[in-house]
Design a protein around this ligand. Structure first.
Ligand SMILES: NC(=O)c1ccc[n+]([C@@H]2O[C@H](COP(=O)([O-])OP(=O)(O)OC[C@H]3O[C@@H](n4cnc5c(N)ncnc54)[C@H](OP(=O)(O)O)[C@@H]3O)[C@@H](O)[C@H]2O)c1
Length: 508
């Protein structure tokens, strides 16, 4: 079991949604499992004027669903003694001086190692790094002590801004100190793809263009933009999901076997995949990228508003809430294999999965074994929910004749262990405290991902009339995505049916 050194964790944006919903629950669970150092302090920052007690009360409320108050009351009380609050405005250098004083008031042992978690809007990343450096808070005091900084997504809004941000940060922190979070990589099931691929001889020889027909990567969300309309209307599905989570996931699926299981070797191989993505330019964008936006519909009888009717969204907005891309990786392993990537809001269910479609047999021995059934030659790696692996293949239906029917071997990670799988943030925070950045995105990988999506975003900006298909909330996005496929019988895997009462669609 890896236990971090004594540490101080400073959370910028400590009063925000992410801190309350993800960071503190993750920290509490790590504490409960005795995975944190025996001595540590957590200092949350925000502009609100709160006392330590006010803030602890708020955190207690946020932790309600994570705590068994009957058996864990004492543990929770003990956790709270490590939690502190200080008000700080990033625009006020004097507030950073007070921050330094607060750190100095902690026990000497925990001052040596400091993790800064920037759970704020990205505009603050560079200013915070600059202020910390001005007070030498970025400096590692000795070879055995450390200073690290975690940056939340989004890392830039395009290639230029991401490069600029990197350049700024590298003035104050070295690359080994910078942890760019992509919580998808912290998911147990994403890490299991590495184990599945490289710990078993079974699929290794099949993992290439000779045996794989196509790959699907889907991240579907059933929710709309909720109360994040303002952010989403500036961002959209391409920046919010594809540039980071889905391309990182694709890199894990497609990477070569690393020489060693260490951060650099793994991140080298992932970056190579992203650098080998074939850029999609100009008119190819019409053939290889479909964008959509959800429109109002009824789901299980309930009226669901369309995207343009959501709070803080421009009523004329052409922001995409759905994207499907046909991508290619130009290397020896994957030449010619299409990777179909799809994500959207207000789809019928919340599911993330990768589907590997293997080639069918060359010679069709069984008449009934139609091309469609060959499609059952699939390996489904489910990322969320119900993490697991499903292998689908054709078998003979009992009785006379030789009718082939699809069957499946279904493994659920929940069968391995009675405990719930750890949340991505638990794993990622612990990794950062230990100094393992394997599951964090490296600068060159982030840059390569922006290089892939930037030309598409530019094209949409320069050609605002590019089709934006409407799809009723509760459906699997615009049916036009089928035009991405090469064979007439190819289709996406649909983990569940459309929910909308109205299956029609319209072009916006
Ligand atoms: N929420 C999520 O589920 C989620 C998921 C993935 C990534 N993220 C990313 O995480 C970051 C935070 O998101 P969030 O949803 O937690 O945002 P949020 O709820 O709006 O919180 C923003 C935080 O920033 C603080 N803040 C704002 N202006 C400040 C200033 N001038 N000086 C100091 N602190 C300031 C706010 O504190 P005060 O109001 O007290 O000043 C608050 O704690 C964003 O980059 C977001 O993209 C969020």
């Amino acid at each position: 079991m890896r236990i971090p050194d004594p540490f101080t964790l400073i959370i910028f944006g400590g009063t925000g949604d992410l801190s309350h919903r993800k960071l503190f629950p993750a920290l509490y669970k790590l504490f409960l499992q005795k995975r944190l150092a025996p001595s540590f302090e957590i200092l949350a920052l925000g502009r609100k004027a709160l006392s330590n007690e006010d803030f602890r009360e708020q955190i207690r409320t946020s932790l309600q669903k994570d705590v068994d108050f009957e058996s864990e009351q004492e543990i929770l009380d003990s956790f709270m003694t490590h939690v502190h609050f200080q008000n700080l405005d990033v625009g006020q250098p004097a507030d950073f001086l007070r921050l330094q004083q607060s750190i100095q008031s902690f026990h000497e042992e925990v001052q040596q190692n400091i993790l800064f978690y920037l759970a704020t809007a990205p505009d603050f990343f560079a200013p915070v790094a600059r202020e910390l450096a001005a007070l030498n808070l970025n400096q590692e005091i000795s070879r055995t002590t450390w200073r690290r900084i975690i940056l939340e997504k989004p890392f830039g809004t395009d290639l230029e801004s991401a490069n600029l941000l990197n350049k700024e940060l590298l003035k104050y922190f070295e690359e080994h100190q910078i942890y760019r979070i992509d919580h998808y990589l912290g998911k147990e099931s994403v890490q299991n793809i590495l184990a599945f691929r490289f710990a078993n001889g079974l699929f290794l020889p099949l993992w290439n263009r000779r045996h794989i027909h196509r790959v699907e990567v889907t991240a579907a969300e059933s929710l709309g933009v909720e109360d994040r309309g303002g952010y989403y209307d500036q961002s959209g599905a391409m920046r919010d999901m594809i540039q980071n989570h889905l391309l990182q996931l694709l890199a894990v699926i497609a990477m070569e076997s690393p020489n060693h299981f260490d951060p650099d070797s793994i991140r080298d191989e992932k970056a190579k995949v992203l650098k080998a993505l074939r850029p999609i330019h100009g008119s190819d964008i019409h053939d290889q990228v479909i964008r959509g936006q959800y429109i109002g519909s009824k789901i299980r009888g309930e009226v669901v508003p369309g995207y343009r009717d959501e709070a803080n969204v421009d009523p004329q907005s052409s922001r995409e809430t759905f994207v499907a891309i046909k991508a290619f990786i130009d290397n020896e392993r994957w030449q010619g294999v299409p990777f179909y990537i799809r994500t959207g809001k207000r789809l019928p269910t919340r599911v993330s999965e990768v589907v590997i479609h293997f080639n069918g047999p060359g010679h069709q021995l069984f008449n009934e074994f139609t091309t469609e059934q060959r499609g059952e030659n699939q390996l489904v790696l489910r990322i969320q929910p119900d993490e697991g692996v499903l292998l689908k293949f054709g078998l003979k239906v009992p009785g006379s004749g030789f009718k082939i029917a699809p069957v499946g071997m279904d493994f659920h990670y929940s069968d391995l262990n009675e405990d719930a799988l750890p949340e991505a943030y638990e794993r990622l925070i612990l990794d950062a405290l230990i100094g393992d950045n394997t599951l964090y995105a490296r600068a060159d990988a982030v840059q390569a991902a922006w290089k892939f999506v930037d030309p598409i975003l530019d094209y949409w900006r320069q050609h605002p009339n590019t089709k934006l298909y409407g799809y009723p909330a509760g459906t699997w996005g615009p049916p036009e995505t089928l035009t991405l496929f090469e064979g007439s019988e190819e289709d996406w895997r649909y983990p569940c049916k459309n929910l909308s009462n109205d299956d029609s669609y319209c072009e916006l």
